[in-house]
Design a protein. Structure first.
Length: 352
C-alpha cells in the first residue's frame, strides 16, 4: 500500500541532541506535564468554552518557547514529556472506548452509519491526497487527515503510535487540528439559521464535522439539549471508526516493513494492543455492567491522561520549523475543513 510512502525530509539544521536523554529520569517531564494539566483545568473552569485538551496543547507550545522554561522543556523534561505523549496517550485512548455507547449509536439507524462512514472516508482520503500534493513533510498529511476525519488529537495520537511518526509532525498536526476545531465553536452556530437547519439537524452536522468531543459539545450546546444529544451520538459513531482506521494503518506499516523487525527484535503487531484495549472497553461499556459513577471516573481519567499527553506533544512543537510549512499546512487545514463540513452537511440533508 502507498499510504505511508511519505517523502523524506530535507536536511534541516536542528538543535544539538543530548544523547543522555534516553537514560534520563522521566520525572521532571511528568511533573511539568502534571503542572500543565492543572493550569489547563483551571483555564477550562474559568472559561468553560475553552476545552481542557485545547488549553493543554497551547500551554505545551508556550512552555517550549518561553525563555525561562525553554531549556528545561527541551532538556531535562524531554524524556518525561515524550513518555506522556506516547504511553499516557495510549491509556487515554483505551479509556475513550468506555465513552462509546454502541447500543445508542446503532439506534441512529444504518443510514446515519453510512453517512458517517462516507464523511470519514471522504475527509481522510481527500485530505491525505491534497497534503501529498502540497508537499507537506513527513507524516503530516496522514496525521492531519486522521485528525479531521475522526476525533482530533486523540486520533492523531493513535495513528502516530502505529505509523512511527516523528514527534514534531505529531505536535504540529495536533496544533493545526486543535486550532480549526476551536474556530468551529464560534463559526458553526452562526451558520445554523442561514443554512436552515433544525436543532437536531444542526446537532448531527456538528457531530459529523467537528473534530474533538469537547469541541462538539461546546458547539452543539448553543442550539439546546436536542442538538447536543444528536451531536454526541453522531460524534461517538465517528470515534468508533478509529479502530478500523488505526488497524488499516498498522496493516500498511506491517506490509511495508514485512520481514523487518523492530529494535526489540519483534515484528510489528498486526493490531496494536491499545486498539484492542479500545475495542474491549467499548464492548465492556455495551454490557451495561459498569455503574454511572465508574464511567464518570473513567471519563475524568481519560481527560486528564489525554491532557498530559497533549501537553507533552505541545512541548515538542518548534514554531520556526512549523512556520516553514505553515502556509501549506494552513491551506490543507482550510481545505479539509471545507470537505468535512460540506460532505457532512450533504449527508445530514440526505438522512433527515
Amino acid at each position: 500500500m502507498a499510504l505511508l510512502n511519505r517523502p523524506v525530509r530535507g536536511a534541516e539544521p536542528t538543535e544539538p541532541v543530548d544523547v543522555s536523554r534516553e537514560t534520563s529520569s522521566p520525572w521532571p517531564g511528568l511533573g511539568l506535564a502534571l503542572a500543565g494539566v492543572l493550569v489547563a483545568w483551571s483555564v477550562h473552569r474559568l472559561a468553560p468554552w475553552v476545552p481542557m485538551l485545547t488549553a493543554s496543547v497551547v500551554l505545551g507550545i508556550a512552555a517550549a518557547h518561553l525563555p525561562g522554561l525553554r531549556g528545561f522543556v527541551r532538556g531535562p523534561a524531554r524524556p518525561g514529556l515524550s513518555l506522556a505523549g506516547r504511553r499516557l496517550m495510549r491509556i487515554g485512548i483505551v479509556l475513550l472506548g468506555l465513552a462509546l455507547g454502541l447500543d445508542q449509536v446503532l439506534r441512529l439507524g444504518w443510514a446515519t452509519v453510512a453517512m458517517v462512514a462516507a464523511v470519514v472516508a471522504a475527509t481522510f482520503l481527500g485530505t491525505l491526497w491534497l497534503g501529498r500534493r502540497l508537499g507537506l513533510p513527513g507524516d503530516q498529511p496522514l496525521l492531519i487527515a486522521t485528525g479531521y476525519s475522526i476525533c482530533g488529537a486523540s486520533a492523531i495520537g493513535a495513528v502516530s503510535e502505529v505509523s512511527g511518526s516523528d514527534e514534531e509532525d505529531v505536535a504540529s498536526s495536533v496544533a493545526l487540528v486543535t486550532l480549526c476545531g476551536t474556530l468551529a465553536i464560534a463559526v458553526l452556530p452562526l451558520l445554523q439559521a442561514p443554512l436552515g437547519l433544525s436543532d437536531p439537524e444542526f446537532g448531527r452536522w456538528v457531530g459529523a464535522s467537528v473534530h474533538d468531543v469537547g469541541q462538539v459539545v461546546a458547539t452543539a450546546q448553543t442550539a439546546g439539549p436536542g442538538a447536543l444529544g444528536e451531536a454526541v451520538l453522531v460524534k461517538l459513531m465517528r470515534v468508533a471508526m478509529l479502530a478500523p482506521l488505526v488497524a488499516a494503518v498498522a496493516f500498511s506499516v506491517r506490509a511495508r516493513k514485512r520481514g523487518v523487525r523492530t529494535p526489540s527484535g519483534r515484528r510489528p503487531a498486526p493490531v496494536p494492543l491499545f486498539v484492542a484495549g479500545f475495542l474491549a472497553a467499548a464492548a465492556l461499556r455495551a454490557t451495561g455492567v459498569l455503574p454511572d459513577v465508574a464511567l464518570e471516573w473513567a471519563h475524568t481519567a481519560q481527560e486528564l491522561l489525554l491532557a498530559a499527553a497533549l501537553f507533552g506533544l505541545g512541548g515538542a512543537v518548534n514554531l520556526p520549523t512549523l512556520a516553514r510549512t505553515g502556509g501549506r499546512a494552513a491551506l490543507l487545514g482550510l481545505a479539509a475543513w471545507v470537505v468535512v463540513g460540506g460532505v457532512s452537511f450533504a449527508g445530514v440533508l440526505l438522512t433527515a
